[in-house]
Design a protein. Structure first.
Length: 398
């Protein structure tokens, strides 16, 4: 094992890579948990959560243009503060978040699998975890193109939900009136804290930077397109679910999007079940790749065991870091419930986003920092950091 990562990823596959992990880690799995927290106003929780993603995404876009390296967050923090302890914290926090996210997705996989067959949760999670691990070891090019194809299927599934559920759009004035009576309250922010889990994914993209062709120019575009596409789809899908299902149905269903289809069309729910299963698998695979690259990059800069930086000359992938990642994901998937995993992910990633926004502020104020092909006004990371701190405060004190 003595090879380097190869630049093989272009713009469109990278956008689909980002959209795939955002959607796969999002509405397919977490919508019921958000509805439990925010009630009928849960679509607003997705809108509020998107504000964090947009400002953080703009910050990531500039930083990825300045420093197109694996272990992106650890590199950014190192460039800003030159503090090894902070580098280690951010690096492991991002890696742990990715593993928690993958575990959450794989638990969601079991819910949709029950549309077809009843298996113990630990068994379905175990089989899928190790199957995806084999794909992740095989190679980044193969993985990214598989993810791209699955992402198109994933988007199709959500469009089917929106299309068939649109028959309920005449209920929108009634829903708006209900929101008006309830008022804009803290439950929306509680739901948004969980919903933010559904935006985890765009930050994963920066950890493939060393495998992206012309990363300084391509990476910022891909990040922003992935967030934009996902935000539009989330809003339409969540509104459709709110109009199509009662809160009781949403809270009790482990496969709510399948329920929307079955209530509003003659299409077999198993078709949507297949699409959902494929989408969830997509999100988990992206997370595995991201975390393995994070450990690889951390090994290179000395904040993780050096063995993680070893790359196979046969597959051009960091096999040791990938195997380690898969094992931790498997343990998390069979031991912890979805709600707890999603909250832990949101808490950690919002802390990381706060630090990333501060890093960009520090770097932009440093006249010696490398120039970027993509730049934002310093107001962007200031607002992004403030929003992150507000979310943390709301979660801690409510």
């Amino acid at each position: 094992m003595n090879a380097d990562l190869k630049k093989q990823i272009k713009l469109i596959p990278l956008i689909l890579y980002g959209v795939g992990t955002i959607l796969g880690a999002g509405i397919y799995v977490i919508i019921s948990e958000v509805a439990m927290a925010a009630g009928s106003q849960f679509p607003l929780s997705f809108v509020v959560a998107s504000s964090v993603a947009i400002f953080a995404g703009l910050s990531y876009a500039e930083l990825s243009s300045r420093f197109p390296k694996s272990a992106g967050e650890a590199v950014y923090v190192n460039q800003a503060f030159h503090n090894k302890s902070l580098n280690i914290f951010v690096g492991y926090a991002v890696a742990f978040t990715g593993m928690i996210t993958a575990a959450t997705i794989l638990k969601g996989f079991h819910g949709y699998l029950e549309v077809f067959i009843s298996l113990p949760g630990w068994l379905s999670a175990s089989v899928m975890t190790f199957t995806l691990g084999i794909i992740a070891v095989k190679g980044i090019k193969e993985s990214v193109y598989l993810i791209s194809i699955i992402t198109l299927i994933e988007i199709l599934g959500l469009f089917l939900v929106i299309f068939f559920g649109s028959s309920n759009y005449d209920k929108f004035p009634e829903l708006m009136q209900e929101w008006k009576v309830i008022g804009f309250n803290s439950s929306i922010f509680t739901g948004a804290f969980i919903a933010f889990f559904s935006y985890v994914g765009f930050e994963d993209m920066v950890n493939t930077a060393e495998e992206v062709i012309d990363a300084p120019n391509v990476m910022p575009k891909a990040i922003l397109w992935a967030i934009f596409i996902s935000t539009i789809i989330y809003f339409l899908a969540s509104i459709t679910c709110a109009l199509s299902l009662s809160i009781g149905e949403l809270k009790s269903s482990s496969a709510p999007l399948v329920l929307v289809i079955s209530k509003n069309s003659n299409m077999s729910p198993k078709i949507m079940g297949v699409i959902a299963l494929v989408s969830i698998v997509n999100g988990a695979l992206v997370q595995m790749i991201m975390v393995s690259r994070m450990f690889y990059g951390m090994g290179k800069i000395g904040v993780a065991p050096k063995v993680f930086s070893k790359v196979s000359s046969k597959t051009n992938t960091p096999i040791i870091s990938t195997v380690f990642t898969v094992l931790i994901i498997w343990i998390l998937a069979i031991l912890f419930p979805i709600g707890n995993l999603a909250k832990a992910t949101s808490l950690i990633i919002i802390c990381v986003f706060s630090i990333i926004c501060l890093s960009l502020i520090k770097i932009k104020l440093d006249k010696k920092s490398p120039k970027a092909s993509f730049q934002v006004n310093i107001v962007v990371p200031v607002i992004g950091g403030a929003i992150c701190l507000f979310f943390l405060g709301n979660y801690i004190f409510n």
